[in-house]
Write a protein that binds this ligand. Structure first.
Ligand SMILES: [Fe+2]
Ligand SMILES: [Fe+2]
Length: 288
């Protein structure tokens, strides 16, 4: 059972003069997260179309309400990350061709050829990935040395991924409860997610002239290995999803999300406001 969800608007002004090195501890992780920001709008739009198509099949009114707020939260994520594109533009990055190619070759293609049950299973799997990324980045404070507003953008998004992590899984269980369909979603989505993230990371690092620097790879190894153990932890979370008895609520990290939402709703950094239902979020101008 999902706790009551709230859709929020991210209002922090993203500085126009920010350097590309917004995460000094790891250029490769910064490049991977810039890729994440580039892919969020199309990715979230795919979730929204899929969950929208599932709404008439959901009998439980509480789950249907959670699904509607889920859609609203994802819409706000798309708006906020698209605003960050202006920062990437000012930093001189080229990424729109990559973004269009990924949208056409993955989301649009899947939508054309796969039935709703498979699309829903893929959404459920990527939502699990979003939630465990959020868990790891928040619990290990991986963004502690990041630029404050970019850190806030990502941590707010990760916190809401934790908040709504049961929704698409519960919809999948309600609409297509087959374990084989869940496993198929995992097999199709997880390798594709990490392939696209890696290609985008290399694309950003090449433009940043960081691709051939030994420190880039040394720090990435630290992130994946002995530092944050992300390779092992990723495999552990994916293996958990493959267990027949898995449910996202088995990892109780609601307090992590609550702490982040409280931090960015405080008087020091009042960057979140409740988003009004049915009202598209206006673009917040960039800081001078
Ligand atoms: Fe999201
Ligand atoms: Fe999500």
């Amino acid at each position: 059972m999902t706790a009551e969800l709230t859709a929020r608007r991210f209002t922090a002004p993203l500085p126009a003069d920010m350097t590309r090195d917004w995460l000094p501890s790891s250029p490769a992780v910064a490049a991977a997260l810039d890729t994440y920001s580039v892919l969020v709008p199309a990715n979230e739009a795919f979730y929204m179309r899929t969950i929208n198509a599932s709404l008439p099949l959901i009998a439980d009114p509480a789950l249907r309400k959670a699904a509607e707020t889920f859609i609203h939260q994802e819409a706000e994520h798309g708006v906020a990350h698209k605003r960050y594109w202006q920062t990437l533009d000012r930093q001189g990055y080229r990424f729109r061709g990559f973004e269009r190619a990924v949208d056409r070759l993955t989301f649009r293609t899947v939508e054309r050829i796969a039935p709703l049950s498979i699309r829903l299973s893929m959404v459920s799997c990527v939502e699990h990935i979003n939630a465990y990324m959020g868990h790891e980045f928040l619990s290990q404070r991986i963004l502690a040395d990041a630029h404050p507003e970019v850190r806030a953008l990502l941590e707010w998004h990760f916190a809401e991924e934790i908040e709504h992590k049961t929704v698409s899984f519960d919809i999948l269980q309600a609409v297509a409860p087959s374990y084989a369909i869940r496993l198929l979603g995992l097999v199709l989505s997880a390798p594709l997610f990490y392939l696209v993230l890696t290609l985008g990371m290399l694309h950003f690092l090449a433009q940043n002239r960081r691709l051939w620097r030994p420190t880039t790879w040394g720090r990435l190894l630290h992130h994946l290995g002995g530092g944050h153990h992300m390779l092992w932890r990723t495999l552990k979370h994916l293996r958990a999803y493959a267990r027949p008895s898995f449910h996202p609520s088995q990892l109780d990290d609601a307090a992590l999300a609550e702490a982040v939402i409280a931090r960015y709703s405080s008087s020091d950094a009042d960057w979140l406001t409740p988003a009004k239902r049915g009202k598209p979020s206006p673009q917040v101008p960039m800081a001078a």
